[in-house]
Design a protein around this ligand. Structure first.
Ligand code: IPM
Ligand code: MG
Length: 357
């Protein structure tokens, strides 16, 4: 039996609540499957750790994570610690240090979740957004001069490299090829941004030749918001820059009914390092500790994690259990239900135990 070494970092807000729920579900899957076991190591990093030690994780944090097969991550962010500190202190160093350049965000309208688009249901919205996760607008390049003076200046420079764009494009085309529709939409803003974005378009056309069986089209990001809203069924796999895909994936989450169910995977496709799996929602201080956090996004990303680690049967079984429980109306208040985190978790576990597939 193989053992999956999982690093669990619940971190802030509702993060620990949903990660513990996710670990319970993973235990049930391992027991049901019999082919794999779990070796979970919990790390108490995050804003509490920061308040005690002045850093979000220890200096050798990445070294501690390296031997793991995957990182299962909750959320960062606290009311009393600046967001750029929490983010650049924990989540981004893991993404960047482990070169997790593909951020993968599936979106579907789950059964039982009411979505805001009129006349659109589960079959009409089935997307995967691939977000470039290592460079672009969030590369951290830039600076400030003459602070506080009238002539103060700040730059925020987007970095696009041929290597970075080519590898994300290849990842997106390959992912599109693995899905039934075999269709990729490449998003840019190459009418207004005439350097980096034009290079994106050029590299997309080059890489497309390696995938002759994948159809593809191009969209400008502003027009893309309209297409997502009015013709969701015309889209399948989508690739965009760090900033554009950040924005589009929030829209996608909203159109699918809730950010509370949206998962994300930060993947190192070359598998040199562990990849990281997390719900998209943040730490949600307003409901922290109330036991009503929606665990579905975390379960969905646990399914992405199992898939990435080659446990495809367990991954599919988990997705099916999530859909059954949502369809039965066992959901948390953020999506209109009355169930608690525990009740949704127990329902998913019961479904896994009883499943005969
Ligand atoms: C997301 C989040 C983060 C991101 C924030 C917290 C910086 O919005 O996962 O989309 O943009 O990476
Ligand atoms: Mg975002």
């Amino acid at each position: 039996m193989r053992t999956l070494k999982i690093a669990a970092i619940g971190a802030d807000g509702i993060g620990p609540e949903v990660i513990e729920a996710g670990l319970d579900v993973l235990d049930a899957l391992a027991a049901r499957d019999g082919g794999f076991g779990l070796d979970v190591t919990r790390f108490n990093w995050g804003s509490d750790y920061y308040r005690k030690h002045g850093v979000m994780m220890p200096e050798d944090g990445l070294e501690q994570l390296k031997p793991m097969d995957a990182v299962f991550f909750g959320a960062v962010g606290a009311p009393d610690v600046p967001d750029h500190v929490t983010l650049w202190g924990l989540r981004l160093p893991i993404c960047q240090g482990f070169d997790q350049y593909a951020n993968v965000r599936p979106t579907r309208i789950l059964p039982g979740i009411s979505a805001p688009l009129r006349d659109k249901g589960p079959g009409d919205l089935d997307w995967v957004i691939v977000r470039e996760n290592s460079e672009g607008e969030y590369a951290g390049h830039g600076g400030r001069a003459h602070r506080g003076l009238p002539e103060e200046v700040a730059t925020e420079v987007a970095i696009f490299t041929r290597v970075g764009v080519t590898r994300i494009m290849r990842y997106a085309f390959a992912l599109a090829r693995s899905r039934p529709r075999k269709h990729l939409t490449v998003v840019t803003k190459s009418n207004a941004q005439r350097h980096g974005m034009v290079m994106w378009d050029e590299i997309a056309a080059e890489v497309a030749q390696e995938y002759p069986d994948v159809s593809w089209d191009k969209m400008l990001v502003d027009a893309m918001t309209v297409r997502m809203t009015l013709q969701p069924e015309s889209l399948d796999t989508i690739v965009a820059t760090n900033l554009h895909a950040d924005i589009l994936s929030d829209l996608a989450g909203a159109l699918a009914g809730s950010l509370g169910v949206a998962p994300t995977a930060n993947i190192d496709p070359e598998r040199r390092f562990p990849s990281m799996f997390e719900p998209i929602h943040g730490s949600a201080f307003d409901i922290t500790g109330k036991g009503i956090a929606n665990p579905v996004a975390t379960f969905w990303t646990a399914s992405q994690m199992l898939e990435h680690l080659g446990e495809t049967d367990a991954a599919a079984r988990l997705m099916k259990a999530i859909e059954e429980v949502c369809a039965a109306g066992i959901t948390t208040p953020d999506v209109g239900g009355t169930a608690t985190t525990r009740e949704v978790t127990d329902a998913v576990i019961d479904t896994i135990r009883g499943s005969n597939t």
